[in-house]
Design a protein. Structure first.
Ligand SMILES: Cc1cc2nc3c(=O)[nH]c(=O)nc-3n(C[C@H](O)[C@H](O)[C@H](O)COP(=O)(O)OP(=O)(O)OC[C@H]3O[C@@H](n4cnc5c(N)ncnc54)[C@H](O)[C@@H]3O)c2cc1C
Ligand SMILES: Cc1ncc(C[n+]2csc(CCOP(=O)(O)OP(=O)(O)O)c2C)c(N)n1
Lengths: 584, 186
């Protein structure tokens, strides 16, 4: 059944057919026909952000917390260019987005028309794919294709550029095609021979480690379930990248904590010392590997990844398995069970003993003493006071992000939204808005640094307008903390431009937007202040004044191997066997 | 992307030492890339090479299946084996790319390039140019009293060799198509 309709109506129709319930956007001349259609319907909710970058990050938060693609609608020219940072962020972190941009009419393209930009040209390297639709009768099919591309294989952002005349003209609407009719069909099943070989390796391994990543989250909650089953059944320790937190529960027996540059001592030393490294949906990022030639030097390496280009990109793999984490883990568990559920128990017991010694170093230990709140303490109290609640955490980028990753425990996937690959300051606040829109009754907290938070603070208007009770938990050190830390450690304590001299009064700022502001600078008041934030039914800016010169440890300096970790204030006296290698 | 054959049960002291490191030998490969013939597809391929720092030695593109909307891009590129593998995997990731063939590893192939060379000269040089053109089976496709335009088809090496010989004889301009290549046999 085909129906004639305008391009603008087609957009709304196609979004509905794709099950879209919310669009984050900002209007302008080149998308007015689509906005006119949005006005005349009630199925799709439109959230008016205050800056297009905010729209894209909000859609990312929505997507990461639901597993569904996020949808964005912006105008041509500046609307599209403002979306570029968000697109790049989503590409780096494999977040599925469908971004619709308006464009000048087809007959004006190339004439430097008002608010014309070569949007497909600009966004080609920061999208998974993009389209300029020049005929209305291609529009609905292209939108359906866009959703397919954004969500299949390794997910990512896609963009459709729609000239204004295409929105006005009429054509026949093409309904969503059946699955399997397209050429773009990434492989999801892993190679069985290679899976068998990996199972064999698991059976005999003496010091195996599961190194899990964002791919487990991308694969869906079923994949996290299978990962848990695999870890429990085989007894293999689990560590995760920043992007994979929550796939394996922080309360799980086999949990080692996050690995990498600011990862836990036990996680990094396990990676360094293991004999079988099983990468499940992670990409050997440089925050993980450190110096490549010294990375996990004694291990055979398995890599499960849906993107063939991830395999052997950075680290040479012995067991490459191209496929979806969920599908591969299912097959792997089947094979492992069929072969008699074998594991090298004796060796594993020894391995765990070794790990327990590393754990005993207690690398995250800190003491809250004195009159100033230490940032670790603030996060630890936030954890204690929100544990067990229906909780979603976003972060900005910097030290606070790392402390959040270290001191908060994630029990489930899709509960942790952070900008990992691009490290975009200004991501967290709009992302928290997207999460709250998707989960109106949940507790949504953005753990922020004051500098990052200011980068997209205009979104306070959005939070207030839509009554989104997002909690902005700002660890205010009045510094670009992470930059300051690098300057202290690597640039002779020359603090070049890493502080702000005129920070706003955050309480007044909240009030100016019609929200609640809370300020806390006394450890004794902290719990009450946090409770006040949690109890308030509306958006809150929490200005938590913390120690200004705190450093984030553990830290592996760039370009160093895992066993050259700086533990900072934490004790290293018990570091067995690697004492000499650990620099304090 | 095949895994190394590691002897079963040899896990005690990891096969890591047996594993060749990523090699730094530079290899030249000819890739045939079948793409959907849609606007911007060439920009995607070229953008991939420039964005990720890969080399393009030669690139040709033309529609090969009008009904199926398919174009064939032939790329000659140089890199370490790891980089060549990355290039293929990255090309495969581009949504309108249907197929990537590495003609250099997938058995023998024929490679041909066409060149037009303008050679200007008088007297002996002119005679010598014509004589060499004959040896190389280049055709004269334009001639004036002071110049020839030769058309030569062959492997890039053959064209290089011919161009080198023509240089002292008055080569003033050269246009090359870049490589077109097909696997031999069926
Ligand atoms: C200030 C700062 C400090 C940081 N420090 C650290 C740190 O200490 N530790 C740390 O871990 N990170 C850190 N990061 C984050 C880091 O930069 C990377 O973003 C992160 O490590 C990448 O995570 P990942 O490997 O899980 O890959 P992701 O970016 O999540 O990629 C997912 C991988 O899984 C694959 N995949 C996707 N879907 C599927 C599927 N369905 N099935 C199979 N495979 C799939 C993809 O192809 C990709 O290879 C830091 C970031 C910042 C900003
Ligand atoms: C958009 C952007 N610009 C610059 C940077 C570099 N950068 C990384 S962390 C950081 C400081 C962040 O300061 P703040 O948000 O206060 O967090 P803190 O580190 O103090 O916790 C900067 C400038 C970045 N990641 N993103």
């Amino acid at each position: 059944m085909t129906r004639q309709m305008t391009g603008a109506k087609m957009v709304v129709q196609a979004l509905k057919e794709q099950g879209v319930d919310v669009v984050f956007g900002y209007p302008g001349g080149a998308v007015l026909p689509i906005y006119d259609e949005i006005f005349q319907q009630n199925d799709i909710r439109h959230i008016l952000v205050r800056h297009e970058q905010g729209a894209v990050h909000a859609a990312e938060g929505y997507a990461r917390s639901t597993g569904k693609p996020g949808v964005v609608l912006v105008t041509s020219g500046p609307g599209a260019t403002n979306a570029v940072t968000g697109l790049t962020d989503a590409l780096m972190d494999s977040i599925p987005l469908v971004v619709l941009t308006g464009q000048v009419p087809t007959f004006m393209i190339g004439s430097d028309a008002f608010q014309e930009a070569d949007t497909v040209g600009i966004t080609r390297p920061c999208t998974k794919h993009n389209w300029l639709v020049k005929e209305t009768d291609r529009l609905s099919a292209t939108i359906h294709e866009a959703f397919h591309v954004a969500t299949s294989g390794r997910p990512g952002p896609v963009l459709i550029d729609i000239p204004k005349d295409v929105q006005f003209a009429s054509a026949a609407y093409q309904p969503k095609p059946k699955a399997g009719s397209r050429h773009y069909q990434p492989q999801v099943k892993g190679n069985m021979e290679m899976i068998e070989a990996l199972v064999e390796a698991i059976e005999t391994a003496e010091k195996p480690v599961l190194y899990t990543g964002g791919g487990v989250i991308n694969s869906g909650p079923g994949a996290s379930q299978l990962l848990r089953e695999l870890a429990e059944a085989t007894g293999i320790p689990v560590t995760s990248t920043l992007m994979g937190l929550g796939a394996y529960p922080a309360s799980g027996r086999n949990w080692l904590g996050m690995l990498g540059m600011h990862g836990l001592y036990e996680a990094n030393l396990a990676m360094h010392g293991c004999d079988l490294l099983i990468n499940v949906g992670a990409r050997f990022d440089d925050r993980i590997t450190g110096r490549i030639d010294a990375f996990s030097p004694h291990s055979r390496k398995a890599h499960i990844d849906i993107d063939p280009s991830s395999i052997n990109k950075v680290v040479k793999t012995d067991y490459p398995i191209v496929g979806d984490v969920g599908h591969v883990l299912e097959d792997l568990l089947k094979v492992w069970k069929a072969r008699g559920r074998k594991a090298n128990r004796e060796a594993l017991t020894k391995w765990w003993k070794q790990i327990d010694k590393w754990r005993a170093v207690d690398c995250l230990k800190f003491k809250q003493d004195g009159p100033v709140i230490r940032p670790q303490h603030a996060i630890a109290r936030l954890e204690a006071l929100t544990k067990g609640r229906d909780r979603y955490i976003c972060t900005e980028v910097g030290q606070h992000q790392m402390w959040a990753a270290q001191y908060l425990g994630f029990e489930d996937p899709n509960r942790w939204m952070t900008s990992g690959g691009l490290g975009t300051m200004g991501y967290g606040f709009p992302a928290s808005i997207g999460v709250q829109v998707a989960h109106p009754d949940a507790l949504v907290i953005n753990v922020a640094g004051e500098a990052s938070w200011l980068m997209n603070m205009q979104e306070m208007g959005t939070a207030v307008q839509y009554r989104l009770p997002v909690k902005q938990f700002i660890l205010n050190n009045e510094r670009l903390g992470m930059v300051r830390q690098w300057q202290e450690l690597l640039h002779g304590e020359r603090y070049s431009h890493s502080w702000s001299e005129s920070l706003p009064d955050f309480v007044k700022l909240a009030e100016a937007f019609g929200a609640k502001g809370i300020k806390c600078d006394d450890p004794a008041d902290l719990d009450d202040a946090i409770m006040e934030m949690l109890d308030h039914d509306g958006p809150v800016i929490f200005d938590c004044l913390v120690e200004k010169h705190e450093n984030c440890f553990p830290m592996i300096p760039s370009g160093e191997p895992h066993n050259k970790m700086l533990l900072g204030e934490a004790s290293t006296k018990d570091a067995i066997g690697t004492k000499g290698a650990v620099l304090v | 992307m095949s895994a190394l054959k590691i002897k079963k049960g040899s896990s005690k002291h990891s096969a890591y030492n047996l594993r060749p490191q990523f090699s730094d030998v530079q290899e030249t490969h000819t890739l045939a890339v079948l793409v959907e013939n849609e606007p911007g597809v060439l920009a995607r391929v070229i953008g991939l090479f420039s964005g990720r720092g890969y080399n393009i030695d030669s690139l040709t593109v033309a529609e090969v299946d009008h009904q199926g909307h398919l174009s064939r891009i032939t790329i000659v590129t140089t890199g370490t084996p790891q980089v060549i593998e990355q290039i293929k995997a990255q090309l495969g990731r581009i949504v309108p790319v249907h197929d990537v063939h590495d003609l250099t590893v997938e058995g023998r192939s024929v490679e041909r390039e066409l060149a037009l060379l303008k050679v200007a000269g008088l007297g002996d040089k002119r005679v010598e140019a014509l004589r060499l053109a004959d040896i190389f089976r280049a055709q004269v496709v334009d001639s004036t009293l002071e110049s020839f335009v030769f058309q030569l088809t062959g492997t890039p090496d053959k064209i290089d060799a011919f161009a080198d010989l023509m240089r002292p004889l008055g080569l003033i301009e050269i246009a090359r198509t870049g490589v077109a290549a097909l696997a031999r046999g069926t």
